[in-house]
Write a protein that binds this ligand. Structure first.
Ligand SMILES: CCCCCCC[C@@H](O)CC(=O)SCCNC(=O)CCNC(=O)[C@H](O)C(C)(C)COP(=O)(O)OP(=O)(O)OC[C@H]1O[C@@H](n2cnc3c(N)ncnc32)[C@H](O)[C@@H]1OP(=O)(O)O
Length: 284
């Protein structure tokens, strides 16, 4: 049973240092260069003539997550089994470009605890600032679903108002994930065995180890940034998606994008199944 009185408690406070190797690895782990290795070299290399290395804005989720598997940010709520946690949703709001290498401080707290019936939804809010000069990089809102922990008579939270636009998407971007995609993505930091260990995945009711939600999120972030902002990280404002269904390594992702006045709405599908829902991108 979780302690529902912990709203406002500090959580997910840590420092993280990264190098150009980390930011290039991240780009490759969310499919940069997979269609054509000479595309997106600004994200995947640091020594290509005439190209200055840039960082995919969704890398900020790696900066924010710390070592997620070993530093469970929800321990403040009690003895939470890691097997009951799935990632429910992620919002990032960027204030400045992420440098290819650096060091940040993440300061977070439990912003809300919602009773979703069968499940509890925990919202963690964090700010990410430069460890040396305090430059603000991002505000992060992470929703974790604690399966089977709902029904405690708490606040159900706001009703989502998102709906699929009543027209064909302006663009559909297709990406092929690889069979070893989760093995590659976990090298960014999140070594949760849900994404690698068949026995652990089976214990959580999954037929195979599934992909990190944030890996699918990174694919969608690249697709939307390329479509709406010519892959310019400087135009990336905020990005939200809800993790609606598991993705398996090897799945083909189709990101449906509807342009809006200040960004885009999107969904990502595997076949007919929506895996990322309520997607919203805003330009900076
Ligand atoms: C600091 C950072 C640390 C980061 C650590 C990251 C750890 C990672 O290693 C973990 C992962 O990556 S897990 C992989 C990614 N996530 C997933 O695969 C989850 C996919 N989603 C599901 O399985 C279901 O939607 C499921 C199970 C979520 C819900 O499905 P159902 O049980 O069918 O529930 P449903 O009937 O659809 O909804 C019931 C009520 O809950 C609300 N809800 C559902 N999904 C939500 C979501 N994602 N976010 C918020 N609320 C959500 C529904 O709206 C509904 O409530 P209401 O009636 O009020 O609308």
């Amino acid at each position: 049973m979780i302690d529902h009185t912990k709203v406002g408690s500090p959580a997910a406070n840590w420092e993280r240092t990264w190098t150009t190797r980390d930011t290039m690895l991240y780009a490759v782990s969310v499919g940069a260069g997979a269609h054509d290795p000479t595309d997106e070299l600004r994200f995947t290399t640091d020594n290509t003539s005439g190209i200055t290395q840039q960082v995919l804005p969704t890398f900020v989720t790696v900066m924010a997550a710390g070592e997620a598997a070993t530093q469970n940010p929800l321990t403040v709520l009690g003895d939470i089994a890691v097997t009951s946690i799935v990632h429910g949703g992620q919002r990032i709001t960027l204030h400045n470009d992420i440098p290819p290498a650096g060091s940040v401080v993440s300061r977070g707290s439990i912003a809300a605890i919602y009773d979703k019936g069968r499940h509890a939804a925990i919202v963690l809010a964090s700010t990410i600032t430069d460890a040396d000069d305090g430059t603000p990089y991002a505000d992060i809102e992470t929703t974790m679903i604690l399966t089977g922990e709902g029904g405690f008579g708490g606040n159900p939270g706001p009703k989502a108002s998102w709906s699929v636009p009543d027209r064909e998407p302006d663009e559909i971007v297709t990406d092929h994930t690889r069979p070893e995609q989760a093995l590659l993505y976990r090298l960014n930091s999140d070594r949760n065995p849900l994404h690698s260990d068949p026995a652990f995945a089976a214990f959580m009711g999954r037929t195979r180890p599934t992909l990190h939600g944030l890996c699918t999120y990174g694919y969608a972030g690249r697709a939307v940034l390329a479509t709406v902002a010519e892959s310019d990280p400087g135009r990336f404002g905020s990005f939200f998606a809800r993790f609606a269904a598991p993705v398996e390594p090897g799945d083909e992702l189709h990101t449906l994008i509807w342009r809006t006045e200040n960004g885009a709405l999107f969904q990502t599908k595997v076949g007919d199944t929506v895996v990322l829902d309520h997607g919203e991108f805003r330009l900076r």
